[in-house]
Design a protein. Structure first.
Length: 204
């Protein structure tokens, strides 16, 4: 997949949205974050990108040289490892967001097994917060509105419900995949998958 962008001159908002994000690794090859292609261009221009993986996804054409009128160009790869300041993932436990939680549970209600869009899912606290349950990855699951309403303020075994899978904390690589779901490229997913935890539901 090769998209050509004319000197950052992207015509429509829709085209902006279609441009994939670039997976940034630190010098040790650990995934750190997603960056926009504009940020990636800056990293290339500052010669911070030390190696790349994956296919080139964008070909950026710059200005013409006044000396010989050649045009500068940069190929942006889907995965870039960056030198300079060593950036580590800033947190060991990824932030719990609904988007990442629903992604972890594969958009499945963990009580009835139905498949739902994000808009039709809720964050269910297995042990209700009113009874001391915490707002953590281990105590939260995706649940459809019907199951969440039915369960109410009870524990699953108080109302005959059973969790279809155990909640877990995704590691940072899995978290990066979850927050970019839908826009992630095949080679980026393959790279991240290598460092998912063994319990990751995205592997099965
Ligand atoms: Zn349900």
């Amino acid at each position: 997949m090769l998209t050509e962008v004319e000197a950052a001159n992207v015509a429509t908002v829709d085209e902006y949205r279609r441009i994939p994000r670039i997976l940034r690794l630190n010098v040790a090859g650990q995934p750190v974050d997603w960056v926009s292609w504009q940020e990636a261009v800056c990293l290339y221009a500052r010669e911070i990108v030390i190696w790349t993986l994956g296919d080139p996804v964008l070909h950026i054409r710059g200005g013409h040289s006044r000396l010989d009128s050649t045009q500068s160009a940069i190929d942006i790869h889907s995965i870039i490892a960056c030198n300079g300041r060593v950036v580590f993932p800033s947190v060991s436990v990824p932030p719990l967001t609904n988007q990442a939680l629903f992604g972890r549970d594969r958009n499945t209600c963990l009580y009835c097994g139905g498949h739902f869009s994000d808009a039709d899912l809720t964050r269910d606290h297995v042990a209700p917060t009113s009874r001391g349950g915490r707002d953590t990855w281990h105590n939260c699951v995706a649940a459809c509105r019907r199951c969440n309403h039915y369960k109410g303020n009870r524990l699953p075994d108080e109302c005959g419900l059973q969790l279809l899978a155990l909640p877990y904390v995704p590691n940072f690589s899995e978290y990066l995949a979850l927050i970019n779901s839908g826009r992630i490229l095949g080679d980026q997913m393959d790279f991240l998958k290598k460092s998912f935890g063994a319990n990751s539901r995205l592997l099965h």
